[in-house]
Ligand binder design. Structure first.
Ligand code: ZN
Length: 298
């Protein structure tokens, strides 16, 4: 038993893997598990079962936090709050996720996108702490981002879609049509992992360091960070995701953003554009931040 410390069930739902864990308010992970993402019915049933057994083992949970791949419905007044909405992932469109867990467990459920959850966790415990406004961007199989303003994720009509508007084309990248099924050459269609592989056949980190791809991708990401500076002037722009693990990419983004921003913004790119600090703890801590907020305990 845990001596009365409050426990939270934390879920990170990804397109290929689900992580679930029991975490206390001091971020100590008591138990965790990983499952391959299969059908909604199968994986959600598996996670429910794991949480039921965990409650028997560790005691009652205070709340659940779910950081999910999207798009998702975040409007608490909507009939479909907590559903996965228009995902292209086969079988998942219209999946009841957050409401299902709320009904099953009778607990407060914090439900948001994986990137908003990550942004919240970084703002609370990682690279965005002590900032009034911080942004988190992930560059991986897609490009997505979240913004935390005064401790809460920004929601408009829905969650932001920071990867889905168009940068100007790099002079050496005029012919590639882009991979986004909605916009072709938006940021995600030009600079995500699949867009990189579609052009050059391998990941960015597998290309030699003098390959033009490095400067092209950094230039797009520099544009994206400068756009965020112009709109938000965030105190930190935190960059995560598999593509950002490419050696030297963050430095290249600093140089691109410095050039493209023209020295105009308050935030200096090499100070405010930073790597994620939470690393592989991100997923469960995203769930923890959402769960603690849902329970009223921050
Ligand atoms: Zn797009």
């Amino acid at each position: 038993m845990t001596g009365g410390s409050r426990l939270f069930g934390c879920i990170e739902a990804g397109g290929t893997k689900f992580f679930v864990g029991i975490v206390d308010r001091d971020r100590v992970v008591l138990d965790r598990a990983r499952f391959a993402t299969t059908t909604p019915e199968e994986i959600l049933g598996t996670v429910e079962h794991w949480l039921v057994e965990a409650q028997q083992k560790f005691g009652a949970l205070s709340a659940l936090g779910i950081a999910s791949f999207g798009p998702v419905e975040l409007n608490r007044d909507a009939e479909t709050w907590g559903f996965i909405t228009d995902t292209p992932k086969p079988g998942w469109r219209g999946t009841n996720f957050g409401q299902r867990f709320q009904t099953k467990f009778g607990l407060p459920v914090g439900f948001d996108t994986d990137v908003n959850g990550a942004a919240l966790a970084e703002a609370r415990w990682g690279a965005g702490r002590d900032q009034t406004v911080s942004a988190y961007i992930t560059i991986g199989t897609g490009i997505g981002g979240g913004v935390i303003v005064n401790g809460a994720p920004h929601h408009g009509l829905s969650h932001p879609e920071m990867g889905h508007f168009r940068p100007p084309r790099h002079v050496l990248d005029q012919d590639f049509s882009g991979t986004c099924p909605f916009h072709r050459d938006c940021y995600e269609g030009l600079a995500s992992g699949p867009a990189i592989e579609a052009r050059w056949g391998v990941s960015l980190s597998e290309l030699p360091s003098d390959h033009a791809a490095h400067e092209i991708i950094a230039w797009y990401l520099g544009h994206l960070t400068v756009a965020l500076q112009g709109i938000l002037e965030p105190g930190r722009i935190i960059m995560g995701g598999g593509v950002m693990e490419t050696p030297d990419l963050l430095n290249r983004v600093h140089r691109a953003a410095t050039l493209l921003g023209g020295g105009y913004f308050r935030g200096k790119p090499d100070e405010i554009i930073v790597a994620s600090e939470l690393g592989d703890r991100m997923g469960l801590l995203a769930g923890l931040a959402l769960a603690m907020d849902a329970s009223g305990e921050t």
